[in-house]
Design a protein around this ligand. Sequence first.
Ligand SMILES: Cc1cc2nc3c(=O)[nH]c(=O)nc-3n(C[C@H](O)[C@H](O)[C@H](O)COP(=O)(O)O)c2cc1C
Length: 348
Amino acid sequence: MNLQTSPMPADSIGHQRLRDLMKRGCDFLGCEVAVMGGAMSWVSERNLVSAISNAGGFGVIACGAMTPELLDTEIAETRARTDRPFGVNLITMHPQLFDLINICAKHNVSHVVLAGGLPPGGAIERIKGHGAKLIAFAPALSLAKKLMRSGVDAIVIEGMEAGGHIGPVSTSVLAQEILPHICNDIPVFVAGGIGRGEAIAGYLEMGAAGVQLGTRFVCATECIAHPNFKRAFIRASARDAVPSVQIDPRLPVIPVRALKNKETERFAAKQREIAAQLDGKELEMAEAQLQIEHYWAGALRRAVIDGDVETGSVMAGQSVGMVTKEEPVVDILHTLMEEAASALEARA
Ligand SMILES: Cc1cc2nc3c(=O)[nH]c(=O)nc-3n(C[C@H](O)[C@H](O)[C@H](O)COP(=O)(O)O)c2cc1C
């Protein structure tokens, strides 16, 4: 990342402090700025991922519901576009998780991110056995410690301000509850609701090794999301990005944060349909939850790829209000780093 073009000298106290604070995260990821592009299903593919890595950040492919064959191609195509490190995000409940891990190993993927719940038995050993660094999400301090004991190399803490599937606790509270207790023992990346560099500076000062942003990268020029999807982001404000509602107490659904639209009603109908199948013993709970995930994958695809932002799911975090135009990834990262350096300069 070329900080030389900034109005503030690149050797300013703010930039030096920023480099110092990011060093651990950069060393861990093998990149120039400790900013991970959070994996976003359908969005984080070869183009956006390679653009983020080429610009000095750390791109992460979203495997989502891809088959091993599709992931194989996606990794190869990403590698053809960048010689810098990038990661692959795998969802723990994917029925072919171990085949996907083998595909990552085949390509010597340096970092695997496991999302969607605690890793099943053997997954951590298999990933680490192939020599990859393993990053996992920790929704609470106790789980972060458990993951550390299991051999995970870095932790992401993601607050409920984020886009996509969310937990119940805000980023600021998770950061206070978790960072002071583990940040000296393991690199921690903070995610959820980060739209400007001042917030990045704040979390780095609290002990984070780096940050992970999703929403802020959706309107990157290099991102293949449909123009309607990007326009919806540019128009929306924070309060438009709302969590989905659980209709039936018997069917626990992980809330998803997305822009308000007609899809909300469709999801309610889908939940009622699945709950009825559970009642009629036509479905087991695990299968019901998998159906919900397939529903989301389809609804997100309709919005991201087909541009149906009315009945598709426009997953977005609360930081969507800070997305105001389409611009290249390098400019997004540059702005974030300048804001962070200025904030640190002012506090020096
Ligand atoms: C459209 C969209 C799709 C997402 N898909 C995934 C996913 O497939 N796997 C995952 O671990 N996180 C997913 N996320 C979460 C991001 O990786 C990231 O952690 C999150 O966007 C960070 O919060 P922010 O949106 O406030 O920046 C998604 C987020 C968005 C906005």
